[in-house]
Design a protein around this ligand. Structure first.
Ligand SMILES: CCCCCCCCCCCCCC(=O)SCCNC(=O)CCNC(=O)[C@H](O)C(C)(C)COP(=O)(O)OP(=O)(O)OC[C@H]1O[C@@H](n2cnc3c(N)ncnc32)[C@H](O)[C@@H]1OP(=O)(O)O
Length: 447
């Protein structure tokens, strides 16, 4: 990994991804996970004989009606994301404190639109947007969120929540507040008779069910270089680098067009068929699919580059044969005289009917390379600077060909109160290199 002061694209993307390099060092002994060793999660190296819940069966009546008390100066709050000022408070807490960056030169540029999408899918619940305020000033100093999600873990449907955006003000770090927040959201979720959760983190905790690697594809190499994020490899000229990442100006798939909500029934059918191969999947209703792929109503009239999620379908004679989607989360660059923003796209869901019988990976690889190659063209035309993807889904079939470079960061997937056999992350467990043969079993994409 490059030293932080060099500000290479590798370093930045690692920060952006909130990932960490996966080293044995990072993994403490189980006994040192003072909080996690008390929770219903698998232990490292635990032999799993059967998949399923860990805790004994409970009912909401067994769960306390009130949260654990906080220290005197603080209070629990439920954030009302329908209120503009409360939405803004979450935005600014995350803007200031979500990314660890010593000299604070870049930050995720979260927007209300992004949270409308990420935190208010169909069936969202106020009580899963949990905050801690300073009593005297009302200042929001910590946040954790959940959204309802029906998961499939191999053959089992698991009603769950997805937990995300855990954030504590920098001044309140290392005071064991994170476990208190996690216990409070667990209590609120359990009260609704839900006992399982999915979450991801760069941090190594007991115990990842899967680990994927981040990869990135420069779209505007010159800008990345000019802001000092990308370095010039020895013996290569700038024009060679620009030529390396050049893309055609228009897409090549006949019938490619933007997805509209009316496509949902066909897209859902295709999504379900395509995702059948994966071991960890999010099941969608049609309404949920529209939300996740077409975005909330509030984004529909915006220009594409202002949207948070964009989806495209391929339609041939009235039949949708493929789709892809990506979400946009820029970051603000501080202290740079030429640029104040870097535009970043993240690969989201996709599916194709090519090679659905699973007999010929070459057919699937060819189609996906062409499809996601078009996603690169679309994003480049939207002035996106870099396109990120994990090694999840079938991504290792096309990442190399499309010139995605390996990131240093890894993302761990965790299940709460659910034992599961390990799920492949699209990388070789020893070398951590992309593995196009033993592809990932992770179908779900977390934000
Ligand atoms: C059924 C429903 C269940 C619902 C709940 C399911 C579980 C959800 C779990 C949450 C999923 C979140 C998904 C995301 O949002 S991942 C994104 C996490 N956020 C950030 O990285 C933003 C910047 N960092 C911070 O705000 C703080 O450093 C955080 C809040 C991360 C920790 O605050 P702080 O640094 O001040 O620490 P502490 O003294 O309070 O607490 C120390 C304890 O916390 C354990 N720790 C540290 N980082 C994480 C982490 N990312 N997930 C889980 N646990 C974590 C740590 O191992 C130690 O426990 P143990 O080692 O002693 O055992």
């Amino acid at each position: 990994m490059a030293p932080p002061d060099e500000k290479t694209i590798e370093y930045l993307l690692k920060k952006l991804a909130m990932g960490e390099e996966l080293t044995e060092k990072q993994r403490k002994d189980m006994k040192d996970y003072k909080f996690w060793k008390t929770q219903p999660v698998s232990k490292f190296d635990e032999k799993i004989d059967k998949e399923g819940p860990i805790d004994s069966v409970k009912t909401p009546a067994d769960i306390p009606d009130e949260p654990s008390p906080l220290l005197n100066d603080f209070e629990w709050v439920t954030i009302d994301l329908n209120k503009e000022d409360e939405m803004k408070q979450v935005e600014s807490l995350l803007y200031e404190h979500y990314v660890e960056d010593q000299d604070a030169t870049f930050r995720f540029a979260y927007s209300s639109r992004f949270f409308e999408w990420a935190l208010k899918p169909p069936g969202w619940k106020h009580e899963y947007h949990v905050g801690v305020r300073v009593k005297s000033t009302g200042k929001l100093v910590a946040f954790i969120s959940g959204i309802p999600s029906l998961l499939r873990v191999r053959e089992n449907k698991v009603p769950s929540v997805e937990i995300n955006f855990l954030c504590i003000h920098k001044k309140l770090r290392s005071k064991r507040l994170a476990p208190v927040l996690i216990k409070e959201i667990t209590r609120r979720v359990n009260k609704n008779d839900i006992w399982q959760a999915l979450y991801t983190s760069g941090a190594v905790l007991p115990t990842p069910v899967s680990t994927c690697r981040y990869t990135h594809r420069p779209l505007n190499w010159e800008k990345l270089y000019e802001v000092g994020f990308s370095s010039l490899p020895a013996g290569v000229t700038k024009s060679q680098m620009i030529a390396k990442y050049a893309l055609p100006s228009s897409t090549k798939t006949p019938g490619l067009r933007k997805m509209v909500p009316e496509d949902a029934a066909q897209v859902l059918e295709l999504y379900n068929k395509f995702q059948a191969k994966y071991d960890l999947v999010q099941e969608f209703t049609e309404d949920e699919l529209v939300h996740w792929l077409c975005g909330p109503d509030t984004q529909r009239d915006l220009e594409d580059k202002e949207k948070v999620i964009l989806s495209y379908v391929v339609e041939q004679d009235g039949k949708i044969t493929d789709f892809f989607s990506f979400y946009l989360l820029p970051f603000t660059v501080l202290n740079n005289s030429s640029y104040d923003r870097l535009n970043v796209a993240y690969l989201f869901y996709y599916a194709t009917d090519a090679g659905l019988d699973g007999k010929d990976d070459a057919v699937l690889a060819k189609r996906l390379s062409s499809l996601i190659g078009d996603a690169l063209v679309v994003t480049k035309n939207l002035k996106i600077d870099v396109f990120n993807a994990l090694t999840s889904q079938d991504n290792t079939l096309f990442l190399k060909e499309l010139k995605f470079g390996n990131g240093d960061a890894f993302l761990n997937f965790y299940l709460f109160n659910y034992k599961a056999f390990p799920i492949k992350g699209g990388i070789d467990p020893d070398t951590k290199e992309l593995d196009p043969v033993n592809r990932s079993g992770v179908g779900v994409v977390m934000l």
